[in-house]
Design a protein around this ligand. Structure first.
Ligand code: ZN
Length: 281
């Protein structure tokens, strides 16, 4: 596909899925509508379990395996900025997938101090660059949906005895033997995941008895969100599908069989993001 082949870009426009509550499966039609969403991407609070989510989602899975689409969509990004706001938003989502947006340095210390030696799996690991500072007691691993990035990550991890699986997260995790993983890291990941509870269930299965899960997500309970409303940096329609508060993250983790710990400064309402460490309950 040529970068300037507009008809091909049109043909590759992502399809949209309807979503019910990703935590309790209650129908989205029964949920309470929230003003932070849009007509195109409605945001709701589940009537049954209070989880906040988008009721529609772009179908990224098929498209993100297509490198041509990723590359061309970024090239096209500038050109289409003015008159195609929806396409622009999809391109931003792709940028996130390719880890072009700035991300904080991995909290290597936290992993070193809390996780047993062995395999660390980074979900949505991009090209694997985030794992470069990993302590020597760990073997880097990852699951990545983009074929090209998964290949690059795999080449990177191979030098340290690890591997990257090219798959959606749940499918990738299913290929890993039960009880063999020391830590799973989800940094700026779970808010994008179509099936966050399904992912946590699979993590529960692959994690060693003393293994840990390290999560960083935007904190919907932050004061900044309450003040800035729809302009809050954690609201990205439609690439942020799930909106966690410290309470709702704990609730979902509990359903998946985990207990949640926040460090003293990890989930303050003064911060736009929160960190959590999960262990087997
Ligand atoms: Zn629910």
């Amino acid at each position: 596909m040529s970068p300037h082949d507009n008809s091909a870009m049109q043909a590759a426009a992502p399809a949209v899925l309807d979503r019910d509550c990703p935590q309790c499966s209650a129908k989205h039609t029964d949920a309470i509508s929230l003003s932070h969403g849009s007509q195109e991407w409605p945001m709701v609070r589940c009537n049954r379990c209070n989880f906040i989510y988008l009721t529609r989602a772009p179908r990224y899975e098929e498209l993100s395996t297509n490198l041509a689409w990723e590359k061309t969509s970024i090239i096209e990004d500038e050109r289409r900025l003015a008159d195609r706001p929806v396409s622009k938003r999809f391109s931003k989502a792709t940028r996130w997938r390719m880890k072009i947006l700035p991300r904080r340095k991995m909290p290597e210390l936290l992993l070193s101090e809390n996780a047993p030696a062995g395999i660390v799996v980074d979900l949505g690991c991009g090209d694997g660059g985030m794992m470069n500072g990993l302590d020597e007691k760990f073997i880097p691993g990852g699951v990545e949906i983009s074929a090209e990035l998964a290949h690059r990550a795999n080449e990177n991890f191979k030098t340290r005895g690890g591997a990257c699986l090219h798959a959606p997260s749940v499918t990738g995790l299913r290929q890993i033997e039960a009880g063999t993983v020391s830590a799973v890291t989800l940094r700026s990941y779970l808010e994008h995941e179509l099936d966050p509870l399904g992912v946590l269930h699979e993590i529960k299965r692959v994690l060693k008895p003393d293994g840990i899960v390290l999560i960083k997500v935007p904190n919907y309970g932050s004061w900044n969100r309450m003040v800035t409303g729809r302009k809050w940096c954690g609201i990205r329609l439609p690439d942020h599908l799930n909106y966690f508060t410290p309470r709702s993250l704990k609730d979902m983790a509990k359903i998946a069989g985990f207990k949640t710990r926040h460090g003293l400064t990890w989930a303050l309402p003064t911060s736009d993001n929160m960190w959590a460490v999960l262990r087997h309950a």
